[in-house]
Design a protein around this ligand. Structure first.
Ligand code: GLY
Length: 368
């Protein structure tokens, strides 16, 4: 059974996120009404091997002329050089403004293909077909597209909403376990932000999703997308509420940056999991949130096989972490901003975090 979650409410054209099993075989039928002529399917080398032939067949069976455009797997493809290469190949293929781009892959492919679509001839449509759990529950929804520069991640980009998102639960079966767990961190995050009952389910019956159970995964994807779409509908450009989706990301990003964004040491999802545990512990230490909630976040996150303490991932200096956090692009005017919590399911933004208090907290967490 498929579930359709509409993304509406903003100044953008509404679109659907469709989640279900076997959706890749329906790609052609679902894209054909949107693609008047041709499409390029932008993907990476790993996903091209796993799902490229099925995607092309589905499109061609539905009468859509399609070409696969493959980039190297990994964050390195979110670069000016790869963006230029992709745009040049789209031009060489002769795509025009009525054609459509399909992003088939994880967050890297979605971000790069989405930005290419945003720029190509001042903007053409694109469809997201996320193949990682992280992309299904987060990056494919909401229209953030970007590349990295040597000065930082996601610093050059555009808001460009997709026409459609197809989240095929079956493709998650090919994900390495570590990648699945990493996506689970973003699922847990959605419960922590605003849905305590969802978090309860993820901690109990739904926990099988982190191990690949398709029914639990589908429910987790659908609820995550419902939460994200409601936030994006209210605040597409992150003027306020959307910042809540960054729960765990300011701590997590600083830790990732200190580790040189080395995904072998720490994946983005693992960094978010650790960041969420730290945000709850910090909230409890400030007397904002019950300690029992912070303890529960830690226990549920650890039970999903995700890191919850700095000591598990490396050695860090408190000052270095604070510098990274103040330099985070979410920080305003150098002020430290953190997403904190009053309870599980009740996150809020604190734009005036006290650096001295945060330094003391990080030292108590094991930073030097
Ligand atoms: N990943 C956070 C957002 O889309 O706003």
């Amino acid at each position: 059974m498929t579930t359709t979650v509409p993304v509406t409410g903003g100044d953008f054209r509404p679109y659907d996120v469709v989640a279900g099993r076997g959706l890749l075989t329906e790609l052609g039928a679902r894209v054909a009404p949107l693609a008047r002529g041709r499409t390029v399917v932008i993907t990476d080398e790993t996903v091209a091997t796993l799902h490229g032939p099925a995607a092309l067949k589905a499109l061609e069976d539905a009468g859509v002329r399609a070409r696969l455009l493959t980039v190297p797997a990994g964050e390195g493809s979110k670069s000016f050089a790869e963006l230029e290469r992709v745009l040049d190949r789209m031009l060489a293929f002769g795509l025009d403004r009525s054609d459509i781009v399909v992003a088939l892959g994880g967050g890297v492919v979605g971000d790069l293909a989405g930005l290419a679509a945003a720029l190509y001839m001042r903007g053409i449509d694109f469809v997201q077909v996320p193949t990682t759990l992280l992309a299904q529950v987060d990056s494919s929804v909401g229209g953030k597209t970007a590349i990295d520069t040597p000065r930082g991640k996601n610093l050059v980009g555009a808001f460009h909403q997709p026409r459609l998102v197809l989240a095929d639960i079956d493709v998650l079966a090919t994900l390495p376990e570590r990648q699945l767990r990493s996506g689970w961190a973003e699922v847990l995050k959605h419960g922590l932000i605003c849905d305590a009952a969802f978090f309860d389910w993820l901690a109990g019956e739904g926990a099988s999703g982190a191990k690949g159970d398709p029914a639990a995964l589908q429910r987790a994807v659908v609820r995550s997308v419902e939460i994200k779409s409601a936030v994006v509908g209210e605040d597409e450009k992150e003027a306020g509420k959307r910042a809540l989706l960054n729960l765990g990301h300011t701590f997590g990003h600083a830790i990732e940056a200190e580790l040189g964004f080395d995904e072998d040491s720490l994946t983005h999802g693992e960094a978010v999991a650790l960041g969420c545990a730290m945000a709850f512990r910090y909230s409890a230490a400030q007397g904002l949130c019950p300690q029992a909630d912070a303890d529960r976040v830690e226990a549920v996150t650890a039970a999903a096989g995700l890191p919850v303490s700095l000591a598990e991932v490396g050695q860090f200096g408190a000052e270095a972490l604070i510098r990274r956090m103040a330099g985070d692009k979410k920080a305003e005017g150098g002020r430290l901003t953190l997403i904190l919590a009053r309870a599980i399911g009740d996150a809020f933004t604190d734009k005036n975090v006290d650096p001295a208090g945060l330094t003391a907290f990080l030292k108590a967490e094991g930073a030097t």
